[in-house]
Design a protein around this ligand. Structure first.
Ligand SMILES: N[C@@H](CCC(=O)N[C@@H](CS)C(=O)NCC(=O)O)C(=O)O
Length: 204
């Protein structure tokens, strides 16, 4: 297998973490998004959205990080990241969809305005966008904070794909300056993720 990724992207880091967690062999190929390497014709044939992460497994190309994570789990029967129970899988999927639709898109505003723009020389952060991002962040961070109260992990009693999906955004909370005050449960939970060997080794 081969995974196209971009090292600081939470979208690809969570896939790399799952590869490590499941101890799967996979070649990692970084694409430099600042140079537009994702627009090369050969890559567009794999992913017409020109986005990382993209996994290639022989003649099968798969994009969307959460789909890739579930597919990787299907290669390791009995793994605890994606347990076979349909209700547990639905619960994990719920958080993965919630990450894409809500929490990740709120965090993404801060990452784009405060990290990507400066790294890619795209000008100053837009404060109006940041204000909109703050409103969205607080709306969904409150849900996460409340859910985590009294829990070590998002679903059940062990780390699952849900934690890697949602937690991946917290790695950029410092550089992107998310408004984290008032969210002690989220910070406690992310410290657990930071201790996971697979998460540590996914920092490329
Ligand atoms: N929902 C997608 C998001 C992927 C995504 O946004 N990738 C960004 C980098 S973080 C990208 O490749 N952007 C390059 C482009 O749009 O040209 C996933 O979870 O895989």
């Amino acid at each position: 297998m081969k995974l196209y990724h971009f090292p600081i992207s939470p979208n690809s880091r969570r896939v790399v973490a799952v590869l490590h967690h499941l101890k799967l062999e996979c070649e990692l190929q970084a694409l430099d998004l600042s140079k537009g390497e994702q627009l090369q014709p050969d890559f567009l044939k794999l992913n017409p959205n020109h986005m990382i992460p993209t996994l290639v497994d022989n003649d099968f190309a798969l994009w969307e990080s959460n789909a890739i994570m579930q597919y990787l789990c299907s290669k390791v029967p009995g793994n605890s990241l994606w347990p076979a129970d349909p209700k547990v899988q639905a619960d994990i999927s719920r958080w993965q969809f919630w990450q894409v639709g809500h929490f990740g898109s709120a965090c993404g505003v801060f990452v784009f305005e405060r990290v990507i723009k400066s790294a890619f020389n795209m000008g100053a952060a837009n404060e109006q966008e940041i204000a909109k991002g703050e409103e969205r962040f607080h709306r969904f961070a409150k849900v996460l904070e409340q859910h985590l109260s009294g829990r070590e992990w998002l679903v059940g009693t062990a780390v699952t794909l849900a934690d890697y999906s949602v937690g991946s955004w917290l790695a950029l909370a410092g550089p992107a300056q998310y408004p984290m005050d008032g969210y002690p449960e989220i910070q406690r939970w992310y410290r657990n993720i930071e201790q996971l060997p697979a998460w540590k080794s996914s920092a490329l």
